[in-house]
Design a protein around this ligand. Structure first.
Ligand code: SAH
Length: 220
């Protein structure tokens, strides 16, 4: 009985979150469905489990954060992913955004600079049976040259300047979404390739991401 009640309560929380995202402009059915079907409580630490379905960023290990569901929805929608897309994600973190991407694209390549976070995320992908995610421990600022070019690239840590190197790993008509800026508040930018080597750049909104750091972490 208690379990059935818990399940009902969880469903209400999920429905509330989906409604909140929709009212804020995340309307892509594929994106909303991916968020609805991905158990965010699998990605949050024990201390914050009860807040898993709140629309807020939460702390995870290694001083990092799991992104706010609204921002995950907004960024995924802005990437205009197609079912055949191969997507590169920089900053695996908890793996939550990766799991959402995996539901709407063909293949997701994801890079993380903390070994601990990478291992924990890999375990979650296994539990969820996600077979189209390929992980790498490394410096995501370098992209993933061996697998480039990508149809889409999403950066989930704040780049100080234009992500020039990553843009070179994008297909001519590809799309890259990244927070760009030096301070605690950055500009979420969308770069759309014009097919001729140029980009149309659009600022979507202000966001707060942890910084994209150079190199891999020496700690675990
Ligand atoms: N998408 C994640 C958000 C994680 S926060 C989620 O939904 O949980 C950003 C992540 O980017 C952190 O885990 C951080 O360690 C990672 N990161 C920062 N700089 C990086 C770099 N140069 N290469 C790879 N990962 C990086």
């Amino acid at each position: 009985m208690a379990a059935a009640k818990d399940k009902g309560a969880a469903q209400t929380q999920v429905a509330k979150l989906i409604m909140a995202l929709r009212s804020q402009g995340v309307t892509d059915p594929g994106v909303l469905n991916a968020i609805e079907k991905t158990p965010r409580d699998l990605f949050t630490p024990d201390l914050f489990k009860e807040r898993s379905w709140e629309d807020s960023a939460l702390p995870i290990a290694c001083g990092q954060t799991i992104s706010q569901p609204y921002i995950v929805g907004l960024m995924t929608q802005a990437l205009t992913i197609e079912p055949r897309s191969r997507v590169l994600e920089i900053g695996t973190g908890s793996g939550y955004q990766t799991a959402i991407l995996s539901k709407v694209s063909r293949l997701v390549y994801t890079v993380e600079r903390y070994r601990t976070l990478m291992k924990e995320a890999e375990a979650r992908f296994a539990i969820l049976g996600l077979t189209n995610v390929i992980t790498k421990f490394g410096d995501g600022g370098e992209g993933w040259a061996e697998q480039a070019p990508f149809d889409r690239i999403m950066v989930t840590a704040a780049a100080q300047d234009e992500p020039v190197k990553l843009l070179t790993q994008l297909k001519p008509n590809g799309v890259l979404v990244a927070p760009v800026g030096k301070g605690p508040v950055q500009s979420l930018r969308r770069y759309a390739g014009d097919g001729k080597g140029g980009f149309k750049v659009e600022a979507l909104c202000d966001v707060r991401f942890v910084p994209l750091l150079d190199g891999v972490a020496r700690e675990l």
